[in-house]
Design a protein around this ligand. Structure first.
Ligand code: UDP
Ligand code: MG
Length: 330
């Protein structure tokens, strides 16, 4: 860099800081003051020695509580922590994407802010990575405290997901270590609407798995996912990785056509034989079945159409607040 002072030209050598070995990406949404304690717990559990410097990227996903102020106050004393603020709530997938795009580490670990992903596993994950594993996945051996209905619905989702995509993601969560190569590949995917877990499974990099027990949530309030939001998320994730539902629509259409031809032939034959048909029930059933099938088919097609529409628009999946905006507010 060339710098001028008092008519003298000075040449300054700028030596860029080496990138941190490890980046932790933590999505945050309305975690309240607990985020301070939780971040400190994560950092002390993650510490892998001076030879592996780390950075912690807290991605605020449009919190409306004091999460941002709390994180900002710890960034003053701990320079390993960086805050990225999204302009509004874009959802956890977008927060993970923003964190991965900002991470500079040779290995990146993604984990929740509420300590349900035990940070004590981090050194073990890093150890596996130093031995050459590109993806280390933490796998849930229990699902924490959940109602029977939630357990049943998640079981149904994983079964349907496997049926449609042939990817077994049962027990997997977003708690993962990714090598820099995998992060770069993930960031290079052109799609905006992403299912992190599914896409990493789809990419098929050699991976190792570490089992863990889901603890209780350490943070304000309960889970940020309502059942309705989870349903939308489940449908989006299946259709993100499978077009089988569209093929099912075609098969159902072909089957209905075949059935129609058979029933038409039978009716013609009965007419020729002069047999009167008291077939109101049959007609009613046919109307209901065929009408329902057509509407369901249209619903599935319009869902894919919506996804294509969203992708074609090419809008970014998230937006980040400029730094100056935050500084003005302080
Ligand atoms: N989260 C987020 N955006 C959202 C919802 C959640 O960034 O819209 C974060 C949240 O702060 C936490 C993680 O995602 O760090 C998991 O959320 P939560 O604990 O509510 O989900 P669950 O444990 O029920 O899967
Ligand atoms: Mg949680």
């Amino acid at each position: 860099m060339i710098y001028q002072k008092n008519n003298k030209t000075l040449k300054i050598m700028v030596i860029p800081l080496p990138p941190p070995v490890l980046s932790l990406v933590i999505p945050v949404f309305n975690e309240g003051s607990d985020i301070s304690k939780n971040l400190q717990t994560i950092i002390s559990a993650a510490f892998c020695g001076e030879d592996k410097p780390m950075e912690v990227i807290a991605v605020d996903d449009g919190s409306s509580d004091n999460s941002v102020a709390t994180i900002l106050s710890i960034t003053q004393t701990d320079h390993r922590i960086r805050l990225i603020e999204l302009t509004r709530n874009f959802g956890k997938e977008a927060a993970i994407h923003a964190g991965l795009a900002a991470a500079r580490g040779n290995a990146v670990i993604i984990l929740d802010a509420d300590l349900q992903h035990p940070p004590e596993l981090i050194p073990q994950m890093v150890e596996l990575w130093t031995r050459g594993v590109l993806v280390v996945e933490a796998i849930k051996v229990n699902r924490g405290r959940e109602s029977l209905l939630s357990k049943f619905l998640s079981h149904l989702f994983y079964s349907l997901f496997y049926f449609f995509t042939h990817l077994n993601i049962r027990g997997l969560c977003d708690f993962k270590l990714l090598d820099r190569h995998v992060v770069d590949t993930y960031l290079a995917f052109p799609e905006n609407q992403r299912f992190f877990r599914g896409l990493i499974g789809w990419s098929g990099y050699p991976s190792a798995r570490i089992p863990f027990k889901v603890g209780t949530r350490q943070g304000s309030g309960g889970s940020r996912w309502s059942r309705f939001r989870l349903l939308g998320y489940a449908i989006d994730n299946i259709t993100a990785l499978s077009s089988l539902p569209l093929q099912i629509v075609s098969w159902t259409g072909a089957f209905s056509l075949l059935l129609g031809i058979i029933i038409g032939l039978i009716s013609l034959w009965q007419k020729c034989q002069g047999i009167a048909l008291d077939g109101f029930t049959t007609i009613n059933l046919l109307i209901v079945i065929i009408g329902g099938t057509i509407l369901m088919g249209l619903g599935i097609i319009s869902h894919y159409l919506r996804r294509i529409y969203e992708e074609v628009k090419g809008r970014p999946g998230y937006l980040i607040k400029p730094r100056s905006n935050r500084e003005h507010k302080q």
